[in-house]
Design a protein around this ligand. Structure first.
Ligand code: KPL
Length: 299
């Protein structure tokens, strides 16, 4: 007779950095009774105010059995490099960021027992000094990216459902990443360039440009094996513009504060894949150059 698998013991979790989404996940997990610590550049005890409570986080220490890595796309490989010596031989790593291209970089860095995951989320969070606020309720899509991840599926899914749920588990994360990439390839660089809130992109004057950007991203996605309808992707982008109308996008904020942006992993990834497949993407190419120029001037 088939038997239910025995429940696996909960993992202890480390969260990398002190970004808004990572701290939101850490607070929700600690409140639900998980053992959560923070992996920071300078290890220290951190107290965070969340939902009228003061929560304390210990610095992470070896061996790390599970780690959520919600850092900027350009900081992922360095974060993994520094985590590696502290990771247990069967550690689980969950990547979560805007843009694409890091999975291919991280896979060869890992030992055979290390499970790799990607989680893409629509939750919104705001961090102010010592405080994190959950500003937008969303959901997440999660996928195991190798066999060592599938072994721990039950535990990782349970934890991520508490952290940034409700979570949909999928066999292939690529379609969800391309959908998110289309959203970010429009909203992020345009709001950064025009220094405006997401909602301002709903103005008629931007419509043609948005449509051209979406059409190019869909062509590239299709060439990579992930066909997306330009019409429905445009509708999705317009819906996100309206549902996040009051937000300043992450790229607008990065550029306005003189920080490095995620343009390489967003528009840069579209342009790079387009070149690989001999597809012309003049609108994305021009936007990439404009943002890189602004970034150089400020960063
Ligand atoms: O993901 C985002 C970002 O700002 O990075 C969007 C969806 C555009 C919301 O602001």
């Amino acid at each position: 007779m088939a038997q239910n698998p025995a429940p696996q013991p909960a993992l202890s979790w480390s969260i990398v950095g002190q970004g808004a989404i990572g701290l939101l996940a850490a607070c929700r997990m600690q409140q639900a009774g998980f053992d959560v610590s923070l992996w920071l550049r300078t290890p220290r005890l951190l107290t965070i105010k969340f939902a009228h409570r003061q929560l304390q986080f210990q610095p992470a220490s070896a061996p790390i059995s599970a780690v959520l890595i919600p850092v900027k796309s350009y900081a992922v490989t360095e974060a993994v490099q520094t985590l590696l010596p502290a990771m247990a031989s069967d550690a689980q790593l969950v990547l979560s960021h805007n843009g694409m291209g890091t999975i291919e970089q991280v896979k060869p860095m890992l030992a055979p027992g290390h499970g790799l995951w990607f989680l893409t989320t629509t939750h919104g969070a705001l961090k102010q000094p010592d405080t994190v606020q959950h500003t937008g309720t969303g959901s997440s899509t999660l996928a195991a990216l190798n066999n060592a991840a599938k072994v721990k599926q039950q535990q990782v899914l349970q934890a991520m459902d508490i952290a940034l749920g409700p979570v949909t588990l999928t066999d292939n994360i690529q379609p969800a990443l391309w959908q998110k990439l289309a959203i970010n390839a429009v909203i992020n660089p345009l709001t950064a360039l025009y220094n405006c809130r997401n909602g301002e992109l709903a103005a008629q004057k931007y419509h043609q440009h948005i449509e051209a950007l979406v059409t190019e991203v869909c062509k590239v996605a299709a060439a990579c094996g992930y066909p997306m309808s330009a019409h429905s992707t445009l509708q999705t982008v317009l819906r996100v513009i309206s549902s996040t109308a009051q937000n300043f996008s992450s790229m607008q904020q990065d550029l306005a504060h003189g920080r490095r942006t995620e343009i390489d992993a967003i528009t840069g990834y579209v342009v790079q894949q387009a070149a690989h497949h001999n597809i012309s993407v003049p609108h994305n190419q021009a936007l990439l150059e404009q943002i890189l120029l602004r970034q150089q001037q400020r960063y």
